[in-house]
Write a protein that binds this ligand. Structure first.
Ligand SMILES: *Cc1c(COP(=O)(O)O)cnc(C)c1O
Length: 372
């Protein structure tokens, strides 16, 4: 289709080309290049953290964070069921037990009022995952964690530049992670970052990222790590993107409010909440939740939109319904009705950084055509 509107297109028209060219001209293309350290330092500073450890994607950033916190067999980690599989991988693989909570129907984030009842003597950590554009209500989580002596991991993959009560997302808990996939507010193609204030955790993550090679006895290993190093070329892109983060956030907020203005009158659709007491929506993606009464689920709506030339993506599929996890005997008989409904009726429309106003208007017209 000639006027197809893709679900995401990144904006790469700042210093991206210049810095990338520098990698090629200097020959620094591996993870040893100077942009990696510069990107780590500048990104960590922007997120209000002491250390940044650049890695190859947001999923492995979480893997390393979970491992670095010493989470292992028998430990329990409380987390939202409504999230991406990346959050649960390492918890399950290491023999720990993921313990789920449902979502809040308005913010789409984990319902923090459900956390405390899930704590047992085996609980080791709580994982916060900010979803789509609004942060989790962090303070109650930190307070519960403090009172019960639990670690906190913050997955801020969708929240570059967002704040909670004025403090940067990515600055909460023991350790936070980011993704730089092309639909994120800062992209490196593929990439991720771990940030923390804890010197020892930072050191452990650096080691885990690099196969736990030892400085003195390089090929003698005391621990199993991964190769999750970021290249200088990725960091070059990241630096150029980071320079524009404030602009990107403004742009996303403006796009979100514009969509809301145009979609507000449509019946039977729940739009993203523009703000809460603690944050204004950053609209990482612009989600729509269809009313059950419409007699249309996300899958059918997305199919019809594709026919009209609009790219969409479904909402996340809850962890407790994942076939791979159910086959392992996890979450037997568990129900999380809000997340289940979100998965069935939720999807998002084109929300990328390069989206134009003309494209947005075309998307809205076609959405209206499908929902009436
Ligand atoms: C994108 C994303 C990830 C995974 O990042 P990748 O870089 O794609 O591995 C993890 N968590 C959340 C919440 C995400 O949105």
């Amino acid at each position: 289709m000639s006027n197809f509107v893709p679900v995401n297109e990144p904006l790469l028209d700042g210093n991206e080309k210049k810095y990338l060219l520098e990698c090629i001209e200097t020959g620094w293309i591996s993870s040893e290049g100077p942009f990696v350290k510069e990107f780590e330092e500048k990104f960590a500073a922007r997120m209000g953290r002491k250390h940044g450890i650049a890695v190859s994607n947001g999923t492995v950033a979480i893997d390393a964070a979970v491992d670095a916190l010493g989470i292992g067999p028998g430990d329990e980690v409380i987390m939202p069921t409504f999230t991406i599989i990346s959050c649960i991988n390492q918890i399950v693989r290491c023999g720990a037990k993921p313990v789920l909570v449902d979502s809040d129907p308005l913010t789409w984030n984990m319902d923090v009022s459900q956390i405390e009842a899930k704590i047992t003597s085996r609980t080791k950590a709580i994982m916060i995952v900010h979803i789509f554009g609004l942060p989790v209500d962090v303070d109650p989580v930190l307070e519960i964690a403090e009172r019960h002596g639990l670690k906190v991991i913050e997955d801020a993959a969708e929240m570059h530049g967002q704040t909670y009560k004025g403090k940067p997302c990515g600055s909460f808990g023991d350790i936070s992670t980011f993704s730089f996939y092309p639909n994120k507010h800062v992209t490196t193609g593929e990439g991720g970052m771990i940030v923390t204030d804890d010197d020892e955790l930072a050191e452990t993550c650096r080691s885990l990222r690099n196969l736990c090679f030892q400085p003195q006895k390089r090929f003698v290993h005391e621990r199993l790590g991964w190769n999750m190093r970021m290249t200088n070329m990725q960091a070059a892109l990241g630096l150029a993107q980071l320079e524009r983060l404030d602009d990107f956030v403004l742009r996303k907020r403006e796009m979100g409010l514009r969509y809301t203005g145009m979609l507000r009158e449509i019946q039977g659709v729940q739009l993203p909440l523009p703000s809460t007491d603690y944050a204004d929506n950053i609209y990482w993606v612009y989600g729509l939740m269809l009313d059950e009464s419409m007699g249309l689920d996300a899958e059918s709506a997305m199919k019809r939109l594709a026919e009209k030339g609009v790219g969409t993506r479904p909402f996340f599929y809850p962890m407790h319904q994942q076939p791979v996890l159910r086959k392992m005997g996890l979450f037997e008989g568990e129900q999380y009705p809000v997340a289940e409904k979100m998965a069935k009726y939720g999807f998002y429309i084109p929300s990328g950084m390069a989206l134009t106003y003309e494209q947005m208007s075309a998307v809205v017209e076609r959405v209206k055509g499908v929902l009436h």
